[in-house]
Design a protein around this ligand. Structure first.
Ligand code: F6R
Length: 530
């Protein structure tokens, strides 16, 4: 199941409307399944707007509604028939003969249910079904039960549902006590399902839908057996803490975020086998689950990720189904993404660039990596996007890169490259402070910057060249992505203004260039926000 958490009800309604419009655009004679209730009203009004502005055409669409009270007259203002005509059908150009709701006026409800099922079948089946969710997890009028009815049927309403729906009637007694509803299989037979949830009173149902076991006592959890379900909810409905995990070569970091605040941070050692890494993460997640009401887990990991499976070089993951394994072992909803993407997301959500829409994060360490955020979302593709250390800045006699190219940015701007260049230059001038700072045949970052600080011209020259290379890459990133800001992270950025000041002089235009305030914490924070 895909979960889309929207800022508010309005955004939720608009995003869901776009999915329906896309469905109708792709297949003009789509069969749409609709729900009633307060939740989809915003969605229906957006569909009405889209139709009036000629963004979508419903003339060939067929519709089937989930349910209807029984018995009830169509003319009754509380009938779902009346509701649908008022909130949607009167605002779009769906043909009257293509509209179907279970008939609350039918004399023989049993026959009506069989007829309804046949009509759905005859239409070719529902392409896209819209659902709301009851506080107890009911969908349609499929109430929690030990056994759920598969096809359209007459059902008794529970006391809770009668109470909840009595807000639309004059009194509790006026609410019909029965309804005709699609069954659980009728719903699950739809090719695609979107389910909407809004408001704090849906929190429990949503949390159970995302993380609960499949259980007829919460009918919505049956949706987990369907291959194409998207849950759209607003922030109110999607409460609970978010856990972010950042797997690194030496440490695994954890961060818990509640109401946009970091409430917990910790790290553990990265073990040396896949099995041990997985069991140490599982153990930690299960213990955190006891202390915090965790709804989702995001994991950032190095390497390539395809459908939640990870293959990395410096972590023992080979096509490891990390997403499914951690989800199965902890019973939580888990998403996995590349660690650099997570760090970039962490920067835009919690770092100094949280006021921006588009940023590029450049991480400078053993290599050069980063993540690209466009419209506050990770920019993705089906291929290896965001390998920003591997565009060429030196075409002629470029340094050989393990990626197969020559002259990659990483070969000039990583910390490794800087120290390699420094060592080479130092060895050429044995009188220099830089040469003096060599220990056991190598230079550390501190030793290099100590020489710069002490005014060593050899070290200064290396640093000037380094800044030049860094600026070249940054200028290219600006030209390609036009970000609001570029954020630099990694060991070299400890130099602060000493790095930024000369760099800014070589940057074209008035780019906002910043040093990460989150540094190594960005990954876990961003993972939590996945
Ligand atoms: C309505 C329906 C119900 C509602 C559910 C949530 O056709 O099938 O399952 O979706 O009761 O109702 P609201 O949206 O009013 O909270």
């Amino acid at each position: 199941m895909k979960v889309i958490v929207c800022e508010n009800y309005d955004e939720m309604s608009k995003r869901a409307a776009k999915i329906i419009a896309a469905q109708v655009t792709i297949k003009s004679d789509s069969v749409l399944g609709f729900a009633t209730g307060s939740t989809p009203i915003g969605l229906y009004s957006e569909l009405g707007r889209m139709y009036s502005e000629e963004e979508v055409d419903f003339s060939e669409v067929t519709t089937f509604n989930l349910d209807e009270y029984y018995p009830i007259k169509k003319s009754n203002e509380q009938s779902y028939d009346y509701f649908m005509r008022k909130n949607l059908f009167s605002k779009i150009n769906v043909k009257d003969e293509n509209i179907h709701l279970p008939n609350g006026e039918a004399e023989d409800p049993q026959k009506e249910c069989e007829f309804y099922e046949k009509m759905i079948e005859k239409s070719g089946g529902i392409d896209l079904q819209v659902l709301g969710i009851g506080r107890n997890g009911h969908i349609g009028f499929n109430e929690p039960n030990s056994v759920l009815v598969p096809s359209t049927h007459l059902t008794k309403l529970t006391e809770n549902t009668i109470k909840a729906n009595s807000r639309f009637f004059d009194s509790f007694d006026d609410v019909p006590k029965q309804a005709l509803t699609m069954g659980i299989s009728t719903i699950l037979n739809a090719k695609k399902i979107i389910i909407l949830a809004s408001g704090a009173n849906k929190r429990k149902a949503v949390a159970e839908l995302i993380n609960g076991e499949i259980n007829p006592k919460n009918p919505a959890t049956m949706l987990k057996t369907h291959h194409d379900v998207t849950l759209f909810c607003d922030k109110e409905a999607f409460a609970g803490a978010k856990l972010g995990i950042d797997i690194g070569g030496t440490a695994i970091k954890f961060a818990v975020i509640n109401n946009n605040e970091v409430v917990y941070k910790d790290s553990i050692k990265t073990e040396d086998t896949e099995e041990k890494i997985i069991s140490s993460i599982t153990e930690k997640v299960i213990s955190l689950k006891k202390d915090y009401e965790i709804t989702t887990v995001g994991i950032g990991t190095p390497g390539r990720i395809k459908e939640g499976k990870v293959t990395a070089t410096n972590i023992p993951f080979k096509n490891t189904a990390l997403q499914d394994i951690i989800s199965e072992k902890t019973g939580l909803y888990v998403v996995v993404d590349n660690d650099a993407n997570c760090a970039a997301l962490g920067e835009i959500e919690f770092g100094s660039t949280k006021d921006c829409e588009n940023i590029v994060l450049v991480t400078i360490g053993t290599g050069v990596g980063g993540g690209i955020i466009m419209n506050r979302q990770i920019a993705r593709s089906n291929n290896n996007m965001g390998e920003i250390g591997h565009f060429v800045i030196q075409a002629k006699n470029g340094r050989i890169c393990p990626c197969g190219q020559k002259g990659c940015w990483e070969q000039y701007c990583s910390m490794t490259a800087l120290l390699k260049d420094a060592l080479k230059a130092a060895k050429k001038d044995k009188e220099s402070i830089l040469y003096n700072n060599i220990e056991d045949g190598s230079l550390t970052g501190e030793a290099f910057f100590d020489a710069v600080q002490k005014g060593c011209p050899v070290a200064q020259k290396v640093f000037d060249d380094y800044i030049r290379y860094l600026a070249m890459g940054i200028n290219s990133l600006v030209n390609i992505f036009g970000p609001d800001a570029i954020v630099l992270a990694g060991g070299v950025t400890k130099q602060g203004e000493k790095l930024l000041e000369p760099l800014k002089k070589l940057i074209v235009g008035d780019l906002r260039l910043e040093i990460s305030t989150l540094q190594n914490d960005a990954g876990a924070l961003g993972a939590a926000m996945l």
